[in-house]
Design a protein around this ligand. Structure first.
Ligand code: UDX
Length: 402
């Protein structure tokens, strides 16, 4: 098939590359010239395991352009533009503007919205533009984005235009995933409900971590393990640490809470999950200072800059929060990351050994499993904020009483 993708962020680019790899021709539209020229020369614009090779193998099936008119003879188009928050509420201007352009340049082509949008957006799009879209939310995780797109746990398709829905069903058939065909509103809310639930699960275990820290002999990882064997709970998203960051959870939880408030049905559990998450960095640094003294004037080595392992994405990264907060408490901060070598405002050190031995305190801020293999023998104090080191390697571990 010939398939259009508008918006080449994480979701759009991964979708385009995977669909090309499945034998489709893709026309990929973005407004960012710099991004387009990189992609046109086969250079990926983000770090994702396996993505660079898959892009290289499929370049002849992919067109990267800012020209919407190249989409006119596509059989289907995905919209994957950002939906950032503005004053805590979702800002849909990029979605509306993309759909308006599609109406002008590719009239009649079935359109699916992959961007995360609040319930009622498809119907607003119809009112604003006259275009009836299919809602096809995306559940891919950064770091395993290709696998999640090729083997999703479900495909959600919302919309009342059976013909359009069936086009997208055909596109995703190769995944063999169960398909939920439903209304636009249900499809839109499934995405938020899923992300909000996962975020709540993380905040739940993080509060449990705070409690464990006060109970001699307790270790939150053992509590999580004991809980996770219960199939109704499941072991996933029960890793205590610095809390959730990234481009989705913080933004989506905030957007769904303000949306729920506007309908006088406030999601107070999700609201609490956000508040617990906001206290993670302050709580953990307070704990460090109460055991090892003020960090004012000390040199801190932060391991990991991204919001989680296997990505170079720094959006809403808890690691950045640790860095900023440590600096505001008077520490000098140097940073090592396995894939990020430079980042605005950060003093990056390429050699982790150097970062560790030259510092007064080492703080593990992202959950790269490879950090466990580092040599900490020269370190004065090691803080494991992500609970990833083997027992005995750290002087302080999140969710563990001292
Ligand atoms: C998330 C959702 O998982 C995905 O379905 C959705 O489409 C987009 O948002 P992603 O942002 O890539 O994906 O990250 P995810 O793996 O979910 O992790 C989010 C944050 O939670 C990270 O900061 C991570 O460090 C943190 N986390 C995750 C924990 O602190 N503990 C856990 O047990 C799991």
């Amino acid at each position: 098939m010939k398939i259009g993708i508008v918006g080449l962020g994480y979701v759009g680019l991964v979708t385009a590359i995977v669909l090309s790899n499945e034998g489709n021709q893709t026309i990929c539209v973005d407004i960012d010239e710099n991004k387009l020229s990189k992609l046109n020369s086969g250079v990926p614009t983000l770090y994702e395991p396996g993505l660079a090779d898959m892009l290289k193998e499929n370049t002849e099936k992919m067109t990267f352009t800012k020209d919407y008119s190249l989409l006119k003879d596509c059989e289907a188009i995905f919209v994957a533009v950002p939906t950032p928050n503005k004053d805590g509420r979702i800002n849909l201007e990029y979605v509306y503007s993309a759909v308006k352009s599609l109406k002008n340049h590719a009239p009649g082509v079935p359109v699916a919205v992959k961007s995360t949008v609040i319930p009622g957006t498809a119907s607003e799009i119809y009112k604003e533009t006259g275009v009836r879209v299919v809602s096809n939310p995306e559940f891919l995780r950064e770091g395993s984005a290709i696998n999640d797109t090729v083997h999703p746990e479900r495909i959600v398709l919302g919309g009342d235009q059976a013909e359009s829905v069936s086009v997208f069903k055909k596109i995703w058939k190769f995944t063999n995933a169960p398909v939920i065909e439903t209304t636009n509103e249900n499809a839109e809310l499934i995405k938020y409900a899923s992300n909000a639930f996962l975020a709540t699960k993380i905040s739940f275990i993080n509060e449990m971590a705070n409690l464990c820290e006060r109970i001699p002999g307790c270790d939150v990882d053992i509590i999580a393990k004991g809980m996770g064997y219960d199939k109704r709970i499941a072991p996933y998203f029960l890793k205590a640490g610095l809390g959730f960051g990234g481009s989705c959870f913080p933004k989506d939880t905030q957007a769904i809470v303000s949306y729920s408030e506007s309908l006088d049905a406030k999601l107070s559990l999700v609201d609490s999950a956000i508040k617990v998450n906001e206290r993670r960095v302050g709580h953990n640094l307070d704990r460090v200072e109460s055991k090892f003294g003020k960090i004012n004037g000390k040199k801190v080595c932060v391991l990991g800059a991204a919001f989680k392992d296997n990505t170079d994405d720094i959006r809403s990264s808890k690691s950045y929060e640790i860095i900023t907060e440590s600096r505001s408490r008077g520490a000098e901060v140097v940073v090592y990351d396995p894939v990020i070598t430079e980042s605005p405002g950060l003093k990056m050190i390429e050699d982790p050994k150097k970062c560790i031995e030259e510092s007064d305190i080492v703080m593990i801020a992202t959950e790269w499993p490879s950090f466990n293999g580092l040599d900490f023998s020269s370190a004065k104090v090691v803080i494991d904020f992500r609970g990833i080191l083997d027992t005995g390697k750290a002087n302080m571990v999140v969710g563990k009483s001292e």
